[in-house]
Design a protein around this ligand. Structure first.
Ligand code: ZN
Ligand code: ZN
Length: 263
């Protein structure tokens, strides 16, 4: 079985990242998945796009976006589900160290199949945009900060999967890194094998084999922001997962998981 468990619904042909939280959009993404041999997709909008979470954000980038309604988003995915489409309801949730429990409470009433945890910003500075965190710190410091937050997110118990687990390598700025403390923090949280990194400056899958090998379970992810990218480069993702010893992929349903044969 192949799943693509990380994507964002955007209007067709939109260069401006215009949201399209509709069952029709889900259908377009499912069609692309079928063409690439992907059996099931999961929709995972960024948590900061929603009015209900607005109080958690401080950056203009986030506040400009927090306008959609969580209920409308969930309803669109549930409607697609009710039409028999192979789609799961997820969300990409930024790690907010000080208020993670409070954010989890805001999200609690909705019928998620799974929640993905992401570390995009640390102390208001971006990991995946420059200058961001990179301006005032050495590469080693940025890696250490990132790993610390990733571990805290894993240990929080709020997430089923961690997104793009070694995002910190995005620009190709790297140091020798021991991922063992991060692996120890996972305790059953899945890592996604993400093809998005192939299209970033680093030009590699997330995560490195040294981190991936420590995971107990995995998902596959394109991080598509348009239908055309669903299931992109999944041959490489499956090969990377197999090389790290994985024979199964995780399937989520109502925040429970099971394993299915990979491929
Ligand atoms: Zn992300
Ligand atoms: Zn994403």
């Amino acid at each position: 079985m192949l799943v693509d468990y990380h994507m964002h619904l955007r209007a067709h042909g939109s260069a401006s990242e215009e949201l399209d939280h509709t069952a029709e959009a889900v259908e377009r993404y499912v069609e692309q998945a079928r063409e690439r041999g992907v059996d099931e997709i999961g929709i995972t909008e960024h948590v900061y796009y929603f009015r209900e979470t607005r109080d958690f954000w401080s950056l203009p980038y986030q506040l400009e976006r927090s306008r959609a309604e969580l209920r409308d988003y969930c309803d669109a995915v549930l409607e697609a589900k009710s039409h028999g489409l192979p789609v799961k309801l997820g969300l990409e949730v930024d790690w907010v160290p000080d208020r993670a429990d409070e954010l989890a409470e805001v999200l609690e009433p909705y019928p998620w199949d799974y929640l993905i945890g992401s570390v995009h910003w640390i102390g208001g500075l971006a990991v995946d945009q420059k200058p961001g965190l990179w301006a005032g710190s050495t590469v080693e410091e940025v890696w250490a900060l990132y790993a610390r937050e990733l571990e805290a997110a894993a240990r929080s118990g709020h997430f089923d999967v961690l997104a793009h687990p070694d995002l910190v390598k995005i620009f190709g700025d790297r140091v020798e890194w021991d991922w063992q403390p991060s692996i120890d923090a996972l305790d059953g949280v899945a890592l996604e094998v993400s093809t998005a990194g192939l299209h970033k400056p680093v030009g590699e899958l997330y995560p490195d084999a040294s981190l991936l090998r420590g995971a107990k379970r995995i998902t596959l992810a394109s991080d598509a922001h348009r239908a055309e990218d669903v299931g992109r480069d999944f041959e490489a993702a499956v090969e990377h997962a197999r090389a790290a010893g994985f024979e199964t992929v995780t399937v989520f349903d109502g925040r429970s998981s099971r394993q299915e044969p990979l491929g």
